[in-house]
Structure formats: structure tokens, C-alpha cells
Design a protein around this ligand. Structure first.
Ligand SMILES: C[S@@+](CC[C@H](N)C(=O)[O-])C[C@H]1O[C@@H](n2cnc3c(N)ncnc32)[C@H](O)[C@@H]1O
Length: 197
């Protein structure tokens, strides 16, 4: 299923490329600066939007996803170093990054709390943490439907949960949440945080 998901991922995302969805992604990623850590880069959909950064260190545990990113790495205007590793156990020293970017990934990371601890550890005090995520909607019926669909969705979409409350997890992490912008009725959020150090 992992192989099928990774092969179909870009095909499924293609129709979104010229839509508001892609603009949201682009506008968020363009806020990155300095040395950047990208979490779960998948097929490298964000790489084209890094315009004003020093370098990007991008992690992805699944080689079936990362093999589809090769063309985007070559085309990128910035230097991208890739690593096969998980967000819960990062190989970087403390205080390494000025910005951390994670898009559509906290729905899938098995231990999101641990991943946030690692993001806090490896980013500098004052670093920007930029997220674009789909979350559990704050509306009873929709939320219940997301709960009901998640067991099957997880199997089809390589571990993706429809019902993660990522904003709550972030609030518990100690990161300072500076800006939350809801899209599509709150199904998607951009969340801009700061590492208090
Ligand atoms: C839906 S894809 C999103 C890919 C990309 N960030 C994007 O915006 O298109 C979710 C990605 O999270 C990755 N992932 C799963 N578990 C992870 C973990 N523990 N740490 C980091 N990334 C993980 C998956 O392999 C997959 O590439």
C-alpha cells in the first residue's frame, strides 16, 4: 500500500497545483528563512517555494516517497540536503535551525508529541515553526465522521489520520502559537509558531 500511495501522491496533488490550496502552501513556505528543517518532505512539493533561505535540510523516512522528489531537488533554487529519518528522532544537534516547515505531515507522524520535542530541541530560540495541516473539524457531526473514517483512511493513505487535533498537541508542546488561519471550514489550518527556547 505504501508503494501505491507514493506513486499516486503527485497525481492526486496535481489538480491542486493552480488552486487556492497550492497558494496557501506557497505563501507559508515562502516565510521560511535562514537554515531550514523540513519534516516529512514526501515527494518534495515544497521545494520550489524556498526562495530566500540559506539551505534546507529535509527529512523523510519513506524511500518510496523520497524517490519521487529527485527531480524537484535538481530544479530547486536552493541547496537541499536530504536524510532518511523520522521526526521523532532527529540526528541534528540542538539549536541548528532558523525555520522548521511541516506540511500535511502531523496527520501521519506516529508520535507527534515526540516529533514536536525534537523540533523544539533542534531549532534555535526564536525560530519560526510553520505548519500546514488538515485536522479534526470543530463541529460534532463532521468530527464524528472523521473519527469513523480514520481506521480505513489510515490503511489507504499510509498512516494518515483524518481526526488529529494538531492545534491542541501544539499548545501542549510549549511552542508559542503566533497565528492560526483556518481554510475550507477549518479542515485545514496554517499554524505559525515560535520556539521560546
Ligand atoms: C501526506 S505526505 C506529505 C508530504 C509533503 N510534506 C507534502 O506536503 O506534500 C506525509 C509524509 O509524512 C511522512 N512521514 C510519516 N511518518 C513520518 C515520521 N515519523 N517523521 C517524518 N515524516 C513522516 C510520510 O512518509 C509522507 O511522506
Amino acid at each position: 500500500m505504501t508503494k501505491l500511495f507514493s506513486s499516486l501522491y503527485d497525481i492526486a496533488m496535481k489538480p491542486l497545483e493552480k488552486t487556492r490550496f497550492e497558494k496557501i502552501r506557497a505563501n507559508l513556505v515562502r516565510k521560511a528563512e535562514g537554515r531550514v528543517l523540513e519534516i516529512g518532505y514526501g515527494t518534495g512539493a515544497n521545494f520550489r517555494y524556498y526562495t530566500n533561505v540559506e539551505r534546507v535540510d529535509a527529512i523523510e523516512p519513506n524511500p518510496e516517497m523520497s524517490k519521487h522528489a529527485k527531480k524537484r531537488i535538481k530544479k530547486s533554487r536552493t541547496t537541499i540536503y536530504t536524510y532518511q529519518e523520522k521526526a521523532e528522532q532527529l540526528s541534528f544537534p540542538n539549536d541548528s535551525f532558523d525555520t522548521v516547515v511541516a506540511t500535511l505531515v502531523f496527520c501521519t507522524i506516529p508520535e507527534p508529541e515526540k516529533a514536536l520535542e525534537e523540533i523544539r530541541r533542534t531549532s534555535k530560540p526564536g525560530a519560526k515553526i510553520l505548519l500546514f495541516e488538515h485536522v479534526k473539524v470543530d463541529q460534532k457531526m463532521v468530527g464524528k465522521t472523521q473519527d469513523a473514517l480514520t481506521p480505513v483512511w489510515k490503511k489507504v493513505c499510509d498512516g494518515c489520520h483524518l481526526n488529529r487535533n494538531t492545534l491542541h498537541t501544539l499548545k501542549q508542546s510549549g511552542l508559542i502559537i503566533e497565528k492560526v488561519t483556518p481554510y475550507y471550514g477549518g479542515l485545514f489550518l496554517t499554524i505559525e509558531c515560535c520556539n521560546p527556547g
